[in-house]
Design a protein around this ligand. Sequence first.
Ligand code: 26W
Length: 822
Amino acid sequence: VAAPRRRASDDPVESIKASILDHLTHTFARDTAGATPRDWFLATAMSARDHLTSRLIKTQSAHNDQNVRRLYYLSLEYLMGRLLISSLQNAGVYDHTRQALEELGVDWEALRASEDDMGLGNGGLGRLAACFIDSLATLDLPAIGYGINYEFGLFRQAFENGHQVENPDSWMIYGTPWELMHPEYQQEVQIYGEVENVFDDSGNYRPQWVNTHKLVGVPNDIPVPGYGTETVNILRLWTSHATEPLDLNAFNEGGYVEAVRNKATSETISKVLYPNDKTENGKELRLVQQYFFVACSLKDIIRRHMRVEGNGWHNFADKVAVQLNDTHPAIAVAELLRILIDEESLDWDEAWAIITKTFAYTNHTLLPEALEKWGVPLYARVLPRHLQLIYEINRRHLETVAAKWPGDNEMLSTCSIVEEGGGKQLRMAHLAVVGSHAVNGVAALHTELLKKDLFPYFDTLFPGKFRNKTNGITPRRWLLDCNPALSALITKTLGRPDWPRNLDLLQALGKEADQPAFQQEFMAIKRVNKVALAETIQELCGIEVSPDALFDVQIKRLHEYKRQHLNLLHIVALYRRLLQNPDLDMVPRVFVFAAKAAPGYDLAKNIIRAINVIGARINHDERIQGKLKVAFLPNYRVTLAEKIIPAADLSEQISTAGKEASGTGNMKLALNGALTIGTLDGANVEIGEEVGDDNIFIFGMTVEEVEAVRNAGYRPYDFYYADEELRAVIDWIGSDYFTPGERHAFAPLHHSLLDGGDPYMVLADFRSYSDAHLAVDAAYRDSPRWAKMAIMNTARVGKFSSDRTIREYAEDIWNLPPVPVK
Ligand code: 26W
């Protein structure tokens, strides 16, 4: 039945009902009888959006009217996940909307399942950006996130015969209700072309960037509401278009396909997210993506500033702070310099002062292969003027280096932005460090290693530039929204509902950790969440698991350094122990994996296959009486994480010490009452400090030990021969036992562990890891002890709220005061 136009109602539930029905009818032309869950989702999302847009307008006018200082977050990735629940929660209409839908007879679960994830990121870095913009809005900080509106997000993963297969993620094929397109703010930018050496009348060098290719960026804005506040910031994502939709000459000559070629090429830029979180060095389209979004964003920032300030370069850096999320947007340093010098005719020193006051840079990795470098010939073709400017930045930078270390040529080449030898390459991290006033690592240990190993001389050259900002996660999505039962228990126990804005309040749960009644409530919720996950495992993997088993979870991108293969070795060792002693007294375990491998990363894909195939064999072996199960859930993404994390007992954070910059999944799992088994790496160190040694299982070599063993010449065979069980496990995996008729199926894995030199020292840490698991087993048998440990984890990880992280950035790096709205 068609609804009448919406009428205002005093009853919030009635007015939400009216709003949803109104959108169903007048926005989507559906009646209630024929509406699919997706129609209901769209109508509900539009109704939520109505709440947000009026607040968005109010927020933006407040910021504009007061001409406030703003933070601009530049990131090539935003891993947002679904937006419905968080939008409703942050708009403060979640309960009323649920009730409205119930009264309308709509199936809520089906409705929410019909929203596709907004998966515009690879992993930790992209999800961190999403948590940060949530915190920025919640803390009333004036901020805009800039990025790319990829038509295809991270690929969808399926398994065929245990192999990963990738499918395109066409998440917006039927449109998305959250984006507001703003063609009036489109920006034209240029790329390619060449530099003409022109001199003006006074003989000054005035280079001209000519014969360029023009592109148009059209912004799509996503509203970003804070929780428990009026602020609604925006996430502005650029879509690329051609300046001319059609080449009329070609068209008139009958070249129909030729006529739209330029359009198709231009639109390719925002087509697809690169699925690699290691390296895309050398990929031209990736460089074009970076420049396109940086150039559009800077133009937009300058437009906003000049609208108020006229020709106000003098106070640009007072009003504008730009954070570079890794080096992916580091070309912004050269682009702003080009604008200031070539277009605005500022002199070098003035321009450089503005730049270094404006930019700050966050480093997210120490892995050498993940550090961005671009070949000079590619740069010369795509961004010829920027290359000149980078050379000049480098010339001046090397003057300071030479002044500090006179006569030291080695130091010059170490510190240079341009790497000589082989083909010349631009080191984007060096450009970002030189062009920024602050550089930060993402965990205490990571920042120390950054100063010591990655940029040793820069810390001496620029004292005080390097800071730590330990990562955090938003407690809204990662507790309030994903674990409603635990959230309700917390609100009841604390006697106040505002803990999602002040996560340190959870400390008070510590007082209940010894209380049997509280322990039972806490663990009963965990069990309900495990039952739900068990159903999902049945649905997605066809594996039956018992919610009484210990749920042992490793969920993250698949990478050698994260050592999913160490976990696998332990599983195979347990399997072997059970076969040799079927009565072995052990706590039944369900090993849960979820991970995507970069499509070109063969070893990572081989590890996925090994876990799938060996897991299947274990799952079907009746001799072990269901004591071991292995489930690799396909298509890991934010939505799946929200399902797994509340159900986890044990959190695997087992990277080789010194390799994981921070980790953020470790924080999400601990917050939801999972205990960590982990190395002293990344933020694990700080999690251990917060929860206490009794409430975490630490194993393995420290950074110093890793270094010492490597310097002494690490030989995996030493460990292989010294440990009978380890040797048997590796030999077993290397045989065709698990893949009858298919020999050497896991040869890449087997090779990596032994003849390949075991670069991440899996063998060296195996025994210590296995022992830590025995301690886990013992702790889990003692249910009150385990419950207490789990509660202590939830109670003591308040530090890892991204609100704390963002407050530190705002105070220490951005100098950004909050601006309350109304
Ligand atoms: C395409 C090249 C590329 C290279 C590196 C893409 C993405 C990257 C990122 C640096 C990879 C990444 O996500 N790093 C992770 O960042 C998280 C947030 O700070 C940390 O918690 C993780 O430890 C770190 O691996």
